[in-house]
Ligand binder design. Structure first.
Ligand SMILES: Cc1ncc(C[n+]2csc(CCOP(=O)(O)OP(=O)(O)O)c2C)c(N)n1
Ligand SMILES: [Mg+2]
Length: 1077
């Protein structure tokens, strides 16, 4: 911006009260964020981004004329008003108090001098000037200034009607506005949030009227503080009030039992919306009827905990005592959500208060809960799937999930489901959001109007666990957002035995949410009406703005971490206070008795009714036998449990169909300009289809996706840079090189079927998170079986930051919670000399977590084989595009779902030999190709033809090498070079777990005299060696074959791979040579 223009704008702004107000607000905002580096200033953004008009800045001459005219009119206007005004003249402000000199600016020369000083040294001018000039530099448009002038001249910009616009008045208003701004930004710091009163926060200097030049003498003077386009206290329609009235209302609003934090939000409309809700003229009042409902709900909450504690005094239940108001609050949120159109709420929560929420919010039948205290149900029957007695290995009661349809206050129904979760705090977060997103997809609710996520947290976990940040960070990403999540923190001011001071570095446990511009409502848990109100407000926020909101219920924990723990060991002072502290129910009952809402008798009657209902349910729980497997939600009807045989289906497709699909997905519309390299990639793909050979990895994958989409399955691939593919091989999403437009060729498959929705095929780059995103996709996969959901790691080793999801959900979820998932994890793996971190996806860990018994050969005949269904997951390392195709299709073409872990290739993506013919994808078994019609768990030697389980023996073969993955191609080359095709055979184990016992046995029989070698690239303590060795040994015993399996691979090592390319090459050559020579 040139100096001249800056000056013009400056003049215009400085002469206009609205501009002054803006600057004032800015000043307050800055004042309240002192010490927070990098925080944006709301008003700056408002000016910078919310252009009021698009007109060009008037010419210099016209501008000056406009300014002068405006000045003249305003001065006359002010003079006139001053004489007409009947109100008492405002107290003059002594000049010495007017530190902010720009208010007195009357001449352009003064402004120019100020600007010159600023340019020389920004610190040499008063801060408000510096701010104004910085705003100019950051792009306040001429149109905005013109607009403000016009508004003033035409009277459309409201101003302090009836008041003289002398400097004193303006300055006083400004100081008052600063004070109000201070309440908005810092009022929460003085709010009474701690029910125990132990939170000794220092006085907040910003809230002192004296800081703004006000004294007791000013208290009964009247002020008008209306501001242009503001809501709440500063809105124009607020009546003139005395300073005392204004301060009282400010304190009630911002420093009562609710602390509002929202001034970090950049969006002006959002802030105004909140102000209009919270800066009301009178405090929210509940009707008598509503108060009674709240009392009833609070009573259930407290009495339920008492009941459990009486009946099961020795059991751990992680009770809610100290935060009983959560239940009425949560119900308020549900009522509000239902009223606003929500039909489904997916809930994730930790241990604390879980049973109470299940019983009193979700309405899980009490007899079921009581029954689980007896040691858990044995599920002996199920509806629709008679014959299965599969119960899994179970989980403790405070981890179990459930779902119910609950009637709402206004007569509707709402479906509530609590997702089962492991002990690992916060791990369930993105599982919940992923599941919610899937619900929104299947119910065609992209904005989240009908399905919503609610996450509950503990204070320690919310600030301590990084996944909370990852979850928040994903909350606005187009392919991961769920229209906002409602977060509720049960902030009992302690984490197990650790005080907040020792577990977080910021004032509030919720501070992480500020970075995401999420409103945070802190509320004193003892004020149940305040809890109910902020829960309602947070829900309304979520529904209105479709972004997250946080409610931080500041409470206490009445007992130890669990009921058996002794809190006095570690928090003696706090617990002395807690022991004497009346419960929220006691306090609220007394309050309602005092204000005449209820009588003491009615309170007693309410308690008795609740207690006798619980007693009744307790008695009936003794004989209760759960009948239904709750995992079989409606979408999953007909799916087989692990002990019910599922047919094996073919995955090949008719050749013509494959060609059609191939043509569709290689068609780029005319007028779209892809990058020339990408164009060539697509031309090459088309040629693969035309020629029927040379199909590479990406084409195998694309055909699998296309065929699944065509079969009516939803496909979603998510992960870091998956659209192009880390190795630039996929190019599933193309970018027009001229317009930047995006195009996804796989969507051609269903573009004629509008009912499927745009996202029927989704490929999306994720945030740089593994834990959060893998959890999200897992949650997504739980919702509906007719889908292929894949998560791809950038490199396989990065999956270790998602280890919690792998350990706690993917490998064990079905056994613990009877929930199936067909999630696919693609983990690039393979030794190409890329160093320690990019070589290994840690295959050994996945294999070790496989629950297959290495010493027992399971039933493998086709008619009785349930090996795969019984196993917790599948682990594959496939070597051909066709086998990759069949493997992905098999994931969906079966009557059960099982997670699939794929050691996916890097150098095979373009390896000349890792290609397939189109007939390897088809459904004719005529050709004797390697593939045929199904996924191959083992690919026999390239010279073998017989697939009989008792093949003709080849006693002349000296050696049979078993291997898995890309090392096969190195071995094959070396064997060719050594001309050992007749003597050395190589079998690829494509599915390592569950183990292809029958096929390995077949190969052992085929080569009765051969030495058996296991060859791998990984060091001996990694890879599949120990997994394979144990199983080989079982097979050797079974076949009474002498000897043992020889190992050919890298030596044991601490690091997965060398960092030196030359060492890698030498090691690789050596292991191949050990196998072949
Ligand atoms: C990731 C993780 N680390 C540690 C634990 C062990 N642990 C269980 S509860 C708890 C304290 C949680 O404190 P907070 O989040 O404040 O919840 P509260 O129990 O106070 O409700 C800890 C450390 C855990 N379950 N998960
Ligand atoms: Mg806690």
């Amino acid at each position: 911006m040139t100096l001249a223009i800056a000056r013009r704008r400056l003049c215009a702004l400085a002469r206009h009260p609205r501009a002054l107000v803006a600057v004032a607000r800015d000043g307050a905002s800055r004042a309240s964020t002192v010490g927070t580096i990098g925080r944006d200033w709301p008003i700056e953004r408002e000016f910078a981004t919310k252009s009021v008009g698009s007109g060009a800045f008037p010419s210099l001459k016209r501008a000056r004329a406009t300014v002068e005219r405006s000045l003249a009119v305003q001065t006359a206007h002010a003079r006139e008003k001053a004489t007409m005004s009947s109100t008492a003249a405002p107290k003059p402000t002594p000049v010495r108090e007017m530190r902010d000199e720009f208010l007195n600016a009357t001449s352009a020369a003064y402004l120019e001098a100020m600007e010159d000083d600023f340019r020389r040294d920004p610190k040499s001018v008063p801060e408000s000037w510096a701010m104004l000039l910085r705003q100019m530099d950051s792009g306040v448009t001429g149109a905005e200034i013109s607009d403000m002038h016009n508004a003033a001249l035409t009277g459309t910009a409201p101003h302090a009607v009836g008041r003289p616009l002398d400097a004193q008045t303006i300055q006083e208003s400004m100081r008052l506005m600063l004070l109000i701004r201070a309440y908005q930004t810092s009022g929460h710091a003085a709010a009474r949030l701690d029910p125990l009163g132990l939170d000794k926060r220092e006085g907040i200097i910003y809230l002192e009227p004296a800081l703004y030049g006000f004294s007791e003498d000013d208290m009964d003077r009247e002020f008008f503080i209306g501001t242009w386009k503001m809501q709440g206290f500063l809105s124009e329609d607020r009546p003139v009030q005395s300073l005392r009235q204004i301060l009282t209302r400010l304190q009630d609003t911002y420093c009562g039992t609710i602390g509002y934090e929202y001034m970090h939000i950049q969006d002006r409309d959002q802030c105004n919306w909140l102000r209009s809700k919270i800066e009301t003229e009178r405090k929210k009042q509940y009707s008598t009827e509503r108060k009674r409902i709240i009392l009833d709900r609070l009573s259930w909450s407290e009495l339920f905990e008492n009941f459990l504690s009486n009946k099961y005094s020795a059991a751990k239940r992680f009770g809610l005592e100290g935060c009983e108001s959560l239940v009425p609050g949560f119900k308020e949120a549900i009522d509000k959500a239902a009223e606003m159109g929500v039909e489904n709420i997916t809930i994730g929560m930790p241990h604390r208060g879980r049973l109470n929420v299940l019983a009193n919010v979700v309405r899980k039948p009490l007899q079921t809960i009581f029954n689980e205290f007896k040691g858990g149900p044995k599920l002996v029957e199920e509806l629709g799937n008679a014959g299965s007695s599969y119960t899994g290995s179970g989980d403790v009661k405070y981890h179990l999930g459930t779902s119910f349809d609950r009637p709402t206050l206004r007569g509707g129904q709402i479906h509530l489901s609590v997702v089962a979760n492991p002990s690992h705090l916060e791990a369930v977060n993105t599982v919940v959001t992923g599941k919610t997103r899937a619900k929104q997809f299947y119910t065609k609710d992209p904005k989240g109007e009908r399905s919503m996520a609610v996450l509950l947290h503990g204070d320690g976990a919310f600030s301590g666990q990084g996944i909370v940040y990852e979850t928040l960070d994903m909350s606005k990403l187009p392919e991961y957002q769920v229209g906002g999540t409602l977060h509720i923190v049960v902030n009992n001011q302690v984490a197990f035995t650790t005080d907040p001071k020792y577990s977080r570095s910021s004032p509030y446990c919720t501070d992480v949410a500020k970075g995401m511009e999420v409103p945070i409502f802190h509320v004193n848990g003892d004020d149940v009406e305040a809890v109910a109100w902020v829960m309602e407000l947070a829900t309304e926020w979520r529904m209105k703005w479709k972004t997250d909101a946080v409610v931080d219920i500041v409470c206490y924990r009445k007992y130890g971490h669990n009921e058996i723990d002794e809190p006095m060991f570690t928090q003696p002072l706090m617990y002395k206070v807690i022991q004497k502290h009346p419960s929220a129910l006691t306090q609220y009952s007394n309050k309602l008795i005092d204000d005449g809402t209820v009588t003491p008798e009615e309170v007693m009657e309410m308690r008795n009714r609740i207690n006798s209902k619980m007693e009744e349910e307790f008695n009936s729980s003794k004989d209760y036998v759960p009948k239904q497997r709750d995992w079989l939600s409606s979408h999953w009807q007909g799916f087989k449990s692990p002990d019910q045989l599922s047919r094996i289906r073919d995955t090949g497709l008719p050749p013509e169909h494959l060609k059609n699909l191939g043509n569709l997905i290689t068609t780029i519309p005319a007028g779209f300009t892809p990058h020339r390299v990408v164009k060539r990639v697509y031309e090459a793909r088309r040629a693969m289809i035309d020629n029927g050979e040379g199909l590479d990895w990406a084409m195998g994958e694309a055909l699998a996706f296309a065929s699944l989409l065509d079969d009516g399955n939803h496909v979603r691939l998510s992960g870091q840079d998956v659209e192009r593919g880390t190795f630039s091989h996929r190019h599933a999403l193309l970018h027009d090189q001229i317009t930047g437009e995006r195009f996804i060729p796989l969507r051609n498959v269903y573009s004629g079927n509008m009912g499927r929705g745009r996202d029927f095929f989704t490929v999306c780059n994720s945030s740089l998170s593994e834990y959060g995103v893998l959890g999200f996709e897992l949650g997504y996969s739980l919702e509906h079986p007719n889908a292929l959901i894949l998560w791809e790691a950038q490199f396989g080793d990065f999956a270790n930051t998602a280890q919690v999801i792998i350990d706690q959900f993917i490998s064990s979820g079905e056994a613990k919670w009877l929930r199936q998932s067909g999630l696919v994890m693609l983990l690039p793996h393979g030794y190409d000399g890329q160093g320690p971190e990019h070589s290994s996806a840690r295959l050994e860990r996945f294999l070790q977590m496989t629950d297959e018994d290495p010493t027992r050969i399971p039933e493998m005949s086709m008619e009785k084989r349930t090996q795969l269904q019984e196993c917790n997951w599948q682990i594959c390392n496939v070597t051909t595009p066709a086998n990759y195709f069949h493997m992905l299709r098999r994931q969906v073409h079966r009557e059960f779902r099982k997670p699939l872990v794929v050691m996916s290739p890097k150098n095979l993506l373009r390896h000349p030999k890792a290609v397939s013919k189109l007939n390897e994808f088809d459904n004719s078994d005529e050709n004797d190709s390697l593939q045929g019609i199904r996924f191959k768990r083992l690919i026999m030697d390239k010279t073998s033809t017989s697939r009989s389980l008792d093949p003709p023996p080849q006693p002349e073969v000296d050696r049979v090498i078993f291997c898995s993955g890309k090392v096969y191609y190195d071995l094959d080359d070396a064997r060719d070079k050594a001309s050992k095709l007749d003597k050395v055979k190589i079998c690829r184990i494509e599915q390592l777990a569950p183990f292809p016992w029958d096929l390995v046995q077949r190969e052992l029989k085929r080569y009765p005299n051969a030495e058996v070698v296991w060859c791998q690239e990984e060091p001996m303590n990694m890879g599949a060696w120990t997994h394979v060795q144990a199983r080989m040994s079982t097979l050797f015993d079974h076949l009474e074959r002498p000897g043992r399996t020889r190992y050919a691979g890298r030596k044991p090592a601490a690091s997965p791979a060398t960092g030196y390319a030359a060492v890698h090459a030498q090691e690789q050559a050596q292991l191949v040579s050990e196998a072949i020579d």
